[in-house]
Write a protein that binds this ligand. Structure first.
Ligand code: UT7
Length: 335
């Protein structure tokens, strides 16, 4: 068995900054409400004229990650792409990225696990590398939320939270024992699927009937979230996933050098930080400037933390996420 190691990291966010005050042009909200409940100050939303899409942003982040890995596009053996906001209903965005980066006809797998998408993707990539099937896998998370949010007072409970962006990692084969991804842990609880969901564009709702009704008040085309219910489950499941990762490797919470929690709500991250008695330098948050970028959030945060030299050789890095599905999980890495 081989080990798998992150050898390249990259991220891309659109230039267009949308502050909390900017949102007031569409809805009844306030900077105070948003900051107090979520910690968010601003987010990036794609300028529709920019040409950025979920796949385009994913490709931009990928180029940076591949270059930083010291590789070229031809060295990549496989693509794993996570998003809840694909450019097309089908096919998935993985094949678009294969084409945009002019890669050989390698396989491209799409992962549908929302906020846990990057954690699930890393786990799948880890298995392919450990078994020797592939040497270098491009793992991407990208979201264009702004193209699908309800920008009105009716939608404010969800809309103010989400931002656009993409991140990518190259996971490579390594023969260094005890380094790289130590373990991954994945969970789901589908009975809560509708607590955070977008029901509209689905065959489950009989497309011809929806087209016939042509109802402008059909909110099923916008994401729905039972915020407080999701919040309560998030704090519990985040903690469980981190504990599970530590126990699997005979580690203690004091061994954590850097925790990268999915950026769902600063209050959730602060609760986890307190619970695990971690000092500020051991938890990386950037929700203040990007909002919740779902499948991109963990990888953007990991990349920024690494760029800022907050992650050093041999550090114990824990990634954890929770979200729609419900799905949740963790990844434990010896850097
Ligand atoms: O990434 C996937 C996982 N997602 C999460 O983990 C998110 C978890 N949930 C949350 O972060 C929080 O529940 C939210 C930030 C989404 C909402 O915060 P909350 O404290 O649960 O607020 P609420 O939904 O209970 O709404 C409280 C009040 C309501 O007014 P009334 O009924 O008390 O008069 C809302 O209508 O705040 C109102 N409200 C707003 N007011 C101003 C909701 N959204 C807004 C808004 N601006 N944007």
């Amino acid at each position: 068995m081989y080990n798998s190691k992150i050898t390249g990291l990259g991220y891309y966010v659109p230039d267009n900054v949308v502050t909390n005050d900017d949102l007031k042009q569409w809805m009844d909200t306030s900077d105070e409400w948003i900051q107090e409940r979520t910690g968010i100050k601003e987010r990036r939303w794609i300028d529709p004229k920019s040409g950025d899409t979920t796949a385009v942003m994913g490709a931009k982040a990928s180029k940076i990650a591949i270059e930083r890995a010291g590789l070229t596009k031809d060295d990549i053996d496989f693509i794993i792409f996570a998003t809840l906001s694909p450019d097309m209903y089908f096919p998935g965005g993985g094949v678009q990225i294969q084409d945009m980066l002019d890669m050989p006809t390698i396989g491209a797998l799409d992962i549908r696990n929302q906020c846990s998408g990057f954690i699930y993707s890393l786990s799948v990539a880890d298995q392919f590398i450990k078994t020797g099937m592939y040497k270098n896998i491009l793992v991407i998370g990208s979201e264009n939320h702004s193209g699908g949010l309800e920008k009105s007072t009716r939608g404010r409970g969800v809309t103010v939270i989400f931002g656009d962006g993409a991140g990518a990692a190259v996971l490579s084969r390594s023969e260094e024992a005890g380094k790289g991804i130590l373990s991954t842990h994945l969970h789901s609880e589908g009975k809560h699927a509708e607590e955070l969901a977008l029901m509209g564009p689905s065959t489950g709702r009989w497309v011809p009937e929806i087209m016939e009704a042509n109802d402008p008040d059909d909110v099923s085309y916008y994401p729905h979230m039972n915020g407080q219910f999701v919040f309560k489950h998030a704090v519990t499941r985040f903690s469980e996933a981190i504990v599970e990762g530590l126990q699997a490797n005979n580690l203690e919470k004091s061994d954590i050098d850097m925790l990268i929690p999915h950026q769902a709500n600063l209050r959730i991250a602060q609760f986890i930080q307190k619970k695990f008695q971690l000092t500020d330098d051991k938890v990386y948050n950037n929700i203040m400037k990007y909002g919740n970028t779902t499948a991109a959030s963990v990888i953007i945060a990991l990349t920024e933390a690494w760029e800022q030299d907050k992650i050093k050789e041999n550090d114990l890095v824990v990634l954890a996420a929770f979200g729609s599905g419900f799905t949740w999980g963790s990844v434990v890495i010896r850097w």
